[in-house]
Design a protein around this ligand. Structure first.
Ligand code: FAD
Length: 351
């Protein structure tokens, strides 16, 4: 397997211009022949983003999204913006006008289509990484509790381990979920009967028009793999989570058994995007797919995992089209076999 830097070099070699940082101060125009010599003229590119002068982060053009999704699928995003802080985010949101915008976390629940994403992708992969030490207090019943403030770019697995260090219990069950806090809050990530929603005390967002808003946990409705906010389109930048004090040994044992169970039941060494379908009420999507005889079914390079039937794995250079065709085939076959129409859990974006 090629490492990420080498993949990027290869992509840049075969597709010059792809993944370039933006804006380039100058560019080479088509060569002109003057007195028998080919001369290339340098031209100043007009800066389409006047706000870039006060922006501290990074803007890239035509960034290949397969580099940013755990299933390693996805075409280019027109503009890929890595803000440094909240001010950077506000700058982009206030200036973007009608340009469509998509927020990327760790890309672990995402299928980006082959022609990519038009407009702006905001990536929080390199910012909002702060985790503050817990602030301890007492519940109304005089029990120990603590609140941790955490940035949206922090990984959920890191937060679970961080809380465990202080013997704080609650999200040890979520230690194996690979996304960011921003993604986990938005998707109401959960495992083994525990969801992140009930632990949320507050969420700080940047609204689509660039204002900062702080919502209380009770302002948000946490549904199965979906958080419903009072208004749509905000970017989560921070959350406060409240935990009870627990038993350090038991918390670590739970985390270890979760991680061991995941590595024995999920295809963690092959690119995938987690569970493709939501579990229908009272049943498991994986069981229904297996019962329909679909384990191992392959479309192009996308296949139903032999380890866990609710996972689609990328066996090489699968396209989003392969994955979508396979999803469609699974839905039709399962419905024919059991009468259940499976609903996708992954978020599909792009064109
Ligand atoms: C091997 C594997 C196992 C998994 N197991 C589980 C599991 O047990 N339980 C579970 O619930 N999930 C699981 N997942 C799915 C995934 O990890 C979770 O849904 C996770 O919470 C997604 O976080 P992310 O940062 O990767 O979000 P992304 O995939 O990047 O984005 C998901 C959605 O959240 C939005 N979003 C992301 N960040 C923000 C933000 N800061 N503000 C606003 N919107 C945002 C995106 O726009 C998108 O709509 C698994 C995935 C894999 C690959």
């Amino acid at each position: 397997m090629l490492s990420e830097p080498w993949k990027r070099r290869l992509i840049n070699f075969t597709h010059p211009g792809v993944g370039q940082r933006f804006p380039l101060g100058t560019r080479l125009d088509l060569p002109k022949t003057v007195l028998g010599r080919k001369l290339r003229q340098r031209k100043i590119m007009t800066n389409p983003f006047p706000w870039l002068s006060k922006f501290k982060g990074e803007v890239r053009r035509d960034e290949i999204m397969s580099l940013h999704t755990s299933i390693r699928v996805g075409g280019p995003a027109d503009f890929f913006i890595l803000p440094k802080d909240a001010l950077d985010l506000q700058t982009v949101l206030k200036a973007r006008g009608d340009t469509p915008l998509f927020v990327l976390g760790e890309g672990t629940n995402l299928l980006v289509k082959d022609r990519g994403i038009r407009g702006i992708v905001i990536s929080l992969k390199e910012s909002f990484k702060a985790v503050e030490p817990p602030v301890f207090g007492k519940t109304a019943e005089n029990k120990d509790k603590a609140v941790i403030r955490v940035g949206a770019g922090v990984k959920l697995s890191y937060l679970a381990k961080f809380a465990a260090r202080y013997s704080l219990t609650g999200i040890e069950h979520l230690v194996g979920i690979p996304g960011s806090i921003g993604g986990a809050v938005t998707m109401n990530a959960g495992a083994e009967g525990t969801e992140i929603g009930p632990f949320i005390k507050s969420v700080t967002r940047i609204t689509p028009d660039g204002e900062i808003e702080v919502l209380k946990g009770e302002d948000i409705t946490f549904l199965y793999r979906k958080a419903v906010f009072p208004s749509e389109g905000g970017i989560v930048i921070e959350a406060e989570l409240e935990f009870a004090k627990g038993d350090t040994k038991a918390i670590h044992e739970t985390m270890n058994s979760h991680l061991a169970r995941r590595s024995s039941t999920q295809p963690l060494t092959v690119p995938n995007s987690g569970s493709i379908f939501k579990n229908p009420p009272g049943d498991k999507a994986g069981r229904l797919i297996e019962a329909a005889g679909l384990k191992g079914t392959t479309f192009g390079q996308a296949g139903v995992s032999l380890k866990h039937a609710n996972f689609i794995v990328n066996k090489g250079d699968a396209s989003a089209e392969n994955v979508l065709d396979l999803i469609d085939h699974i839905q039709k076959t399962v419905e024919e076999n059991s009468g259940v129409k499976l609903e996708t859990e992954i978020v599909v974006v792009g064109e």
